[in-house]
Design a protein around this ligand. Structure first.
Ligand SMILES: Cc1cc2nc3c(=O)[nH]c(=O)nc-3n(C[C@H](O)[C@H](O)[C@H](O)COP(=O)(O)OP(=O)(O)OC[C@H]3O[C@@H](n4cnc5c(N)ncnc54)[C@H](O)[C@@H]3O)c2cc1C
Length: 475
């Protein structure tokens, strides 16, 4: 492939795009604004020396299940997945916790009365994960490769979480399902909220909810190292303000969100395309806290110590109320909290005998409200004495997140709302293509959206290559 490519942004999608281009024989430079590559997949000493925290993402069902990442020899480049004994724990007020086992048969058994309903909902997709994953991690296709499987998924996924949760009779199962649905950032009465619940739970059984040894940075470092075997270069501390200042490239893949794409590419993009990008909607934000701890979290339900991920919010109804408030631009009094405790399973995260924790709750985009007390009250509710374990904490408001990764616009961690419209037309009907033939968008603002899976970058680069190929054949 002749010509030279520039990828702007070294997040997981930018690096995935660069690898696809490099594999096709194209020289590639990746220009990254920050001093460390990885975007929302970085690990940094955010509190005290020796405590290594994931700045953004921390747990990787979609990373481990990504068809593209799975095709790369990332293990040879230092990536090692760690699976905690249980994929996830969901503590309740009675001092017990629901544990999601990776083994679907064990989960069916442990969920008791709801076991058969859980099994019926998840098994078709769990057993066909290698067929299912490539279909869901791409733009929507109205002629899918596995029509029956995708029709089955569509029938569930297009419903609201509230409707699908009616299949479960036990409050414990409903609470577990709610925790997964909350990853949608949607209200539980909205269509598609059930799709997220299924898309979070299915990989838990199919590939697990692993963490990388050493943290998110290990994924990024493995991608950078693999890219370098093809001669691809990542230049850090290299923010791009204007594509016109980069005359030596024939192709641009932008790991940017629509607002930034307009900024860097303005003179090259058509007015109507810029108007379409201007209508793109960003989603709710995260309010995040990283902790250095002097002990493991003192969970009332000791079984929570078996899972790297913990969902805190109590019942289905309570989590639904928390997510509805955020969708309506409000702040929940008892916010749903997503928590990871990686140092229990990975000694590289903290000095001997010490621990780290990562927690966030959802807040409206650009929120300036301090949620620290409410977030810690939720942890204390299920782990009394938690505050006494804190050696240091680092709080990230939505603006703080954006200041360390410009793609986190207003603190939105998903690259834009994922409602029906932006599910179908993300960021526009052109998906990765723009109005300029040599500029593509490859971030999570393109299909399939947020998460560390690299599939936005993969598909964007494949589209760019196939169009380049056609142009060369015509010429
Ligand atoms: C707090 C938080 C928790 C999350 N939890 C999880 C999780 O547990 N599991 C999961 O799978 N996903 C999670 N995510 C989501 C996931 O991290 C993102 O969806 C994913 O990183 C998106 O990848 P990306 O490459 O599209 O963008 P990013 O990772 O945001 O990377 C974009 C890169 O572009 C760079 N950039 C921006 N503008 C410019 C410019 N003008 N010039 C040069 N470089 C530029 C940025 O500095 C950044 O490095 C989380 C995200 C956050 C923030």
């Amino acid at each position: 492939m002749s010509g030279k490519a520039c990828v702007i942004g070294a997040g997981p999608n930018g690096l995935a795009a660069a690898i696809v281009l490099a594999q096709a024989g194209m020289p590639v430079d990746v220009l990254e604004a920050e001093s460390t590559p990885g975007g929302a997949a970085r690990t940094l000493e955010l509190t005290l020396p020796g405590f290594r925290h994931d700045f953004g993402s921390a747990v990787y069902p979609m990373g481990a299940g990504s068809p593209f990442f799975s095709s790369l020899p990332l293990i040879n480049h230092g990536l090692e997945w760690i699976h905690s004994p249980a994929a996830l724990a969901h503590p309740l007020d009675d001092g017990t916790a629901v544990l999601l086992e990776r083994d679907l048969d064990k989960t069916k058994h442990s969920l008791g009365i709801d076991g058969p309903a859980w099994d019926k909902l998840m098994r078709p997709f769990v057993e066909r994960w290698t067929k299912f994953a490539p279909q869901i991690l791409r733009p929507v296709s109205f002629v899918p490769r596995h029509p029956w499987l995708m029709a089955r998924f569509g029938m569930v996924g297009l419903q609201s979480a509230q409707a699908v949760a009616r299949r479960f009779r036990d409050q414990r199962t409903r609470a577990l399902f709610a925790g997964f649905a909350a990853h949608s950032f949607l209200s539980f009465d909205e269509p598609l909220s059930a799709a997220f619940a299924v898309l979070m739970a299915v990989p838990a059984h199919a590939v697990g909810w692993p963490i990388p040894r050493g943290g998110a940075q290990s994924i990024t470092n493995a991608l950078c190292s693999f890219l370098s075997t093809f001669g691809g270069k990542v230049c850090t501390s290299s923010p791009v303000d204007d594509l016109a200042a980069l005359p030596n490239y024939d192709l641009f893949l932008c790991d940017l969100t629509p607002r930034q794409l307009v900024k860097v590419g303005a003179p090259r993009l058509s007015e109507s395309y810029k108007r379409q990008l201007g209508r793109y909607r960003y989603g709710a934000a995260a309010f995040k806290v990283d902790y250095a701890l002097n002990a493991p979290i003192p969970w009332k339900a000791r079984e929570c110590l078996q899972a790297a991920s913990v969902h805190l919010g109590g019942s289905f109804e309570e989590i639904a109320a928390s997510e509805k408030a955020v969708r309506n631009g409000q702040h929940a009094d008892r916010p749903f909290v997503l928590l990871a405790q990686p140092s229990l399973f990975d000694r590289l995260r903290a000095p001997a005998g010490k621990h780290t924790a990562w927690a966030y709750c959802h807040v409206p985009n650009g929120s300036k409200v301090d949620m620290l007390e409410r977030l810690e009250d939720q942890i204390e509710r299920f782990a009394p004495g938690f505050r006494d374990c804190i050696l240091a904490r680092r709080v990230f408001s939505p603006a703080d997140l954006e200041s360390m990764d410009a793609n986190l616009v207003g603190g939105d961690i998903g690259g834009g709302v994922m409602d029906i419209r932006q599910f179908l037309f993300r960021p526009t009907w052109r998906h990765y293509a723009t109005s300029a033939p040599d500029i593509y968008i490859c971030s999570s603002s393109a299909p399939p959206g947020g998460g560390v899976h690299g599939m936005c970058g993969y598909h964007a680069a494949k589209m760019a290559l196939s169009r380049l190929d056609k142009r060369y054949r015509k010429a």
